[in-house]
Structures are given as C-alpha cells and as structure tokens.
Design a protein around this ligand. Structure first.
Ligand code: ZN
Length: 476
C-alpha cells in the first residue's frame, strides 16, 4: 500500500467499515426555554394530568410546559383545552402528539401562539370546535398545527438551537451517522443560523417544511434563506404532508380501520393540489418529498404522477415518497415504473401490536421487503429513535410483519447508498469507492454477522466525515 507522507495510517485489525449512515428522514427541532415533560409511552391521559400539575407547581407561572405525548394522551377524547386550563391555569401548555399530527393546547398557549377562537381552518388542517358557537377546544390537527408549532419553535434562541445541535451532532458521530436529512419545525432561516453557530462536523441537508394558511399552501415560505456558512450544510427540497399516520388513524386507507371501522383517515390535499406540488417542484428544480402512508393517499400520488402532462422522468426529478406503509401489490409495480423512491422508517416496525390492531389480519401493512422485491429505490430514515443500528435491527427482523424483513446487506445499503440516492448524490456518497466522499464509520462489531439482538448496541469506533476523523471512541 502506498502511504502519502504525513498521512496517518489507522490499523483496523479486521474491523468492519461501512459508508457513514445517512438518515434520510428525521425531525430535529430545538426546544425553547421551558419544562419538557419526559416521554412516557405507557402514560394515559388521566396519568398525564398529575405530570402536568407537578410541572406547573415546580415552574414559575408563565413558563412553557410541553412534551411529546403518547397516542393514548393526545387521542383521548377529553384531552382538551378546558381540562388543560383546569390543570394549568397560569402556564402555557402544548402537548405534541408522538406522530406530530395532533397537538393539544390550553388557552394561555393559544394566546401566545396567536391562535384565535375565530381562526379559520388552513388548507390541509383543522381545529376542533365546540358546537354551537365554534369555540376551539384546543385539539389541533394536521396543517392547523404547522403555524403554531413554527411559532413555538421560533421561541428557541440561536444559542439554544446551537447547543441542541451540538448534542445531536455528538450522538450522530458516536452512531456513525455522517449525514442528516432534517425537516424541522424551526423556520429554515433560523435553523440555518443555529447550524452556522453550531458548526457541526457532519453533513446536514435542511429540507423545507412550509406551513399553509386559509388561502392555500405558503409555498414561498423558507425560500429565500441565504447561503449556509458551512460547506457541510445544504438547503434543498420541500416536503408536504398528504395524510396522517395509522397511529392516530389519520392515514387515509380508503376503508375503515380494523379497530375503529368508522374512521378511514383523511387526505390533507386534493389531487389538484398534488398536481400543483408536482408542477412547483419541476419549475424550481428542487426535490419534492410527499408524506403518504395510507393506501388511498399513495393511490392519489400515483394517479397524479401518471396523469402529469407531459410525462416526466420522476426518478430524474428526485421525487420521494415518505413512509409508504400502505403500498399494495398493485401499486408497487406502478411506482417502480414511475421511478418513485420510497423513504421508509423501520423504527416504526417495532409497534407490532398497534399495527395489528389498526389493520387487522389479512391485509398487507408496513410494506418494506416487497418494495425492494419490486425493484423500487428505497432509503431509510429514522423518524424516531436516532440509532441506525436499532433501525437495521428493525429492518431485518420487522417485528410487525416478519415477511417484509430484508437481509442485513440490503438494509445497510438502503441506509447509506439508498439515502444518497434520496438526495440525488449517488455519484458522491454512500459507497466506499475511489472518487466518493470519505464519509465512513468503523464499527464496534461486525454488523453483517453479529446475532440480531446485539445489533442495537453497536457503536462507531471511528467516524470520518469528508476525509477527516470527526470522532474516535475512547474505548477501542
Ligand atoms: Zn416526517
């Protein structure tokens, strides 16, 4: 081997090295000052009352109380502003649904977030109202919670954001993640300022995640944000959410949910609006990312792609469909012909019991292996716990639907190369090959051969970004 003078040789002694993980779908939003309630998946709404009351007792009046809550909390019918006002009369409270499709706020939070009782519904979302006067009950769905969430996220200072990003960056390096593709509630200009201040040693792709208003989608939001200071940061692409998720029964199935047959989910936008989204992305030349989970929503997307005139090479345009749990056997070959790339999130597959109760038996759900089998391009994003090794474990065991599991090589390739394809950078990253960026991770165990139960505990021992060693484990 030729060694350039001054170069450092790192002896790997047989360790496994892979291209750095590229998390194609994640949502990092720095918290503003306040009290974050710890996440507790087993918490019921009634039990949440005590946690909120305790937080109020400990924090001066006016302090924000917020937290990510289980579906059992935010989906409880009486999880409303009235009940929250009783528990927290002097603190603004916002409870964020775990899937981020439903939030619950109290009156003080509404006041601070600029939500008026006469607020009309924005396109793509709705406020729940109490008949007969139409007073808002504090439960906010889909695009109705975009503007309030962005307002809330904007309360975090640039310094708070940078600190949160530094913690995230350190965690990424320890886990061998060298690229994050993030969709934040923080408006893009502010998020880029936070990234500039944090100067992370990893690559971050900032994806626009604009809100909507009563008159339509705010397509020009976050467009003119200036150039990021770091060459490792890019701002590219726009994401729109076309339906909810099956967790809160918002994903549009085109039929009833097995455990609530009167609920079918709901599409946030008409097909005419989806056609507009496609046209906008072709005009701007930027990638379009559409969140589509339910079979009916996926059908709407495929119909629009097929009907677009003149016909478009969607693969070339960088079109991405996020999640795609509801893909059917009939839809997959159509999606492959159209060049649709799917970004799936195996971390969700651990919710086996919940999948089973929502979908019942005898239907396909949580499509994954069959996407590959149909020749489609697939990338992986966390959209949940950051740990990619946990993601690889879930992709290769698929607790919710073991038939849809894939082998380790396929999963690792999707989390590296596949995610590079998902940002149109397959000629630059995602492979250990001459001419490719030196983004890589040396692992603490052989990801291709350790027993499955040891996968989630793997770490990176050395993470390199752009040819520089960004992290070395203290224990090697
Ligand atoms: Zn998402």
């Amino acid at each position: 081997m030729q060694v350039r003078p001054g170069a450092r040789v790192v002896e790997l002694a047989g360790r496994t090295v892979i291209p750095g993980f590229n998390d194609a779908h994640m949502h990092h939003t720095p918290d503003p000052t306040g009290v974050r309630l710890p996440i507790d998946h087993s918490l019921s709404w009634d039990e949440a009352h005590a946690r909120i009351a305790e937080a109020c007792a400990a924090a001066p009046p006016g302090t924000w109380i917020f937290g990510t809550m289980s579906e059992a909390v935010t989906n409880a019918r009486d999880a409303t502003r009235t009940v929250l006002d009783r528990i927290a009369p002097k603190h603004p409270v916002i409870l964020l649904g775990i899937t981020n499709h439903t939030n619950v706020v109290n009156t003080e939070a509404m006041r601070r977030l600029g939500i008026d009782d006469r607020a009309p519904d924005p396109v793509g979302g709705w406020f729940e109202r109490v008949p007969p006067y139409g007073r808002l009950n504090g439960r906010i769905h889909e695009y109705a919670q975009w503007a309030p969430q962005r307002c809330f996220a904007s309360m975090a200072s640039v310094e708070e954001g940078a600190a949160s990003l530094r913690t995230l960056g350190a965690e990424c390096l320890r886990l061998g993640i060298t690229t994050l593709q993030n969709m934040s509630w923080t408006p893009v200009r502010r998020y880029v300022q936070m990234l500039d201040a944090a100067a992370l040693p990893i690559r971050v792709r900032v994806i626009r995640f604009p809100p909507s208003g009563p008159a339509g989608r705010l397509v020009h939001e976050d467009i003119d944000v200036g150039a990021p200071a770091s060459p490792l940061v890019t701002v590219e692409g726009t994401k729109w959410i076309l339906d909810g998720t099956w967790v809160e029964r918002g994903a549009a199935l085109g039929r009833g949910y097995a455990d609530a047959p009167w609920q079918t989910g709901r599409e946030n936008f008409s097909r005419a609006e989806i056609m507009q989204m496609l046209a906008e992305s072709l005009r701007s030349g930027e990638h379009l990312l559409l969140h589509a989970i339910g079979t009916a929503t996926i059908e709407s997307v495929l119909c629009c792609l097929e009907a677009f005139e003149p016909p478009v090479d969607w693969k070339q345009s960088g079109f991405r469909l996020e999640h795609g749990d509801g893909f059917t056997d009939v839809q997959m070959p159509r999606a492959r012909r159209l060049g649709v790339l799917v970004v799936q999130n195996p971390s969700h597959f651990v919710l086996a019991g919940q999948y089973a109760s929502r979908f019942g038996t005898g239907t396909r759900y949580a499509s994954f292996g069959s996407l590959f089998a149909n020749g489609m391009d697939v990338a992986i994003g966390s959209d949940g716990p950051l740990n990619p090794f946990l993601g690889i474990w879930a992709a290769t065991t698929h607790p919710a639907n073991p038939e849809e599991a894939v082998d380790r090589e396929t999963a690792v390739a999707a989390y590296t190369w596949g995610s590079a394809v998902a940002e149109g950078l397959q000629a630059e990253k995602g492979r250990l090959a001459p001419g490719y960026l030196a983004d890589l991770a040396v692992l603490s165990a052989d990801i291709f051969s350790v027993p499955a139960e040891r996968l989630p505990g793997i770490e990176s021992q050395l993470t390199m970004v752009d040819g520089r060693i960004a992290y070395e484990s203290p224990v090697r």
